[in-house]
Design a protein around this ligand. Structure first.
Ligand code: NAP
Length: 295
């Protein structure tokens, strides 16, 4: 694992973003803020969303066809939900120029790498897998903003086949968007993110779902206070995007979920047994850990 510290200049004559939503739109805005791109082309399924992106100044123009969108681009960023990536990769191949760099922002990496390897064929070495560790619970281009990646991390998971120059270009792109970049092995990325991001989202969705069924009888949401809002904010995230992440990172998510379930059962036993010492030990360790990492 290596984090870069230098910021080189990034320029692009034509940047294409497939999926101009929160992440794709924010990257376009950040690179525009840094005056890195001559032209930004968008692509997606819904023309109304792309018209909105032009209206907001996020992209210059759009194409509805993926091969047309990547034509003449020196950098292509795929920012669609994980289970939409296979189709996008397969549709882009015929439009790619010889020197085009391809990257993505998907939240799980082994599945994207497998898909890209299958769909991109001999262009796979031009693909640099990436994941910005930044986001919000909002979706769509209207939620995008230029500062999203400022002082945030981006993980790149290049493979042995990945072209080193293309990887360096993706690194400088993210640095110009305000982020610092770390390289990581694919499997390690998926394990770390399963624990720090995918499990918390799963728990937030599950908790609010449980409370929603209780609410039919108890009107509990009438009495929901700040703690509830803090803990459950991420349950407002897009269900389809998070379905894709949990299913595409299934092994790592199941492993950490099993670990969590076991710890939760121990806490449940301690409460049932009126074992105050065990309960306070868990809470104190959790508080000390969070205080240390989150200030
Ligand atoms: P988003 O705001 O919903 O944007 C997704 C974009 O993809 C939309 O512009 C959508 O436009 C387009 N899209 C959806 N399905 C498509 C399809 N089948 N074919 C072509 N375009 C499609 O989602 P996001 O939060 O930016 O997430 C995008 C990617 O970033 C995901 O892979 C996610 O794992 C990753 N990511 C998310 C976060 C986060 O916190 N949100 C953080 C890091 C990484 P149309 O509806 O017009 O097609």
């Amino acid at each position: 694992m290596a984090t870069t510290t230098t910021t080189a200049a990034f320029t692009s004559q034509r940047l294409t973003i497939i999926g101009v939503g929160l992440i794709g739109g924010s990257l376009a805005r950040a690179l525009r803020r840094a005056h890195c791109c001559d032209e930004v082309v968008g692509c997606g399924r819904d023309e109304a969303h792309l018209k909105k992106a032009v209206e907001l100044g996020v992209i210059d123009r759009y194409e509805m066809n993926v091969a047309a969108a990547v034509s003449g681009a020196d950098m292509v960023v795929v920012a669609v939900p994980l289970r939409a990536m296979a189709t996008v990769f397969s549709q882009m191949v015929s439009g790619l120029a010889a020197d085009t760099v391809i990257t993505d922002v998907g939240s799980a990496k082994a599945s994207v790498v497998k898909t890209a390897r299958a769909q991109l064929g001999d262009r796979f070495s031009d693909f640099v897998p990436g994941h910005p560790i930044a986001g919000t619970e909002q979706s769509g281009v209207e939620a995008s903003f230029a500062e999203l990646f400022d002082n945030r991390g981006v993980i790149l998971t290049p493979l042995i086949e990945t072209d080193a120059e293309k990887c360096a270009r993706v690194r400088t792109m993210w640095e110009c968007a305000g982020a610092s970049v770390t390289d990581m092995a694919v499997a390690h990325h998926d394990e770390v993110l399963a624990a720090t991001s995918h499990l918390p989202h799963l728990l937030a969705f599950s908790l609010v779902n449980t409370l929603a069924s209780l609410d039919e009888r108890k009107e509990i949401f009438d009495f929901a206070a700040g703690g509830f809002r803090d803990f459950t904010r991420i349950a407002s995230s897009d269900p389809v995007m998070w379905r894709d992440i949990c299913l595409e990172n299934r092994d790592a998510v199941l492993e950490v979920l099993q670990h969590f379930n076991s710890d939760l059962r121990q806490l449940e036993d301690a409460i049932r047994d009126d074992d105050g010492e065990a309960v306070v030990n868990v809470f104190a360790r959790a508080k000390a850990t969070r205080d240390r990492f989150c200030g």
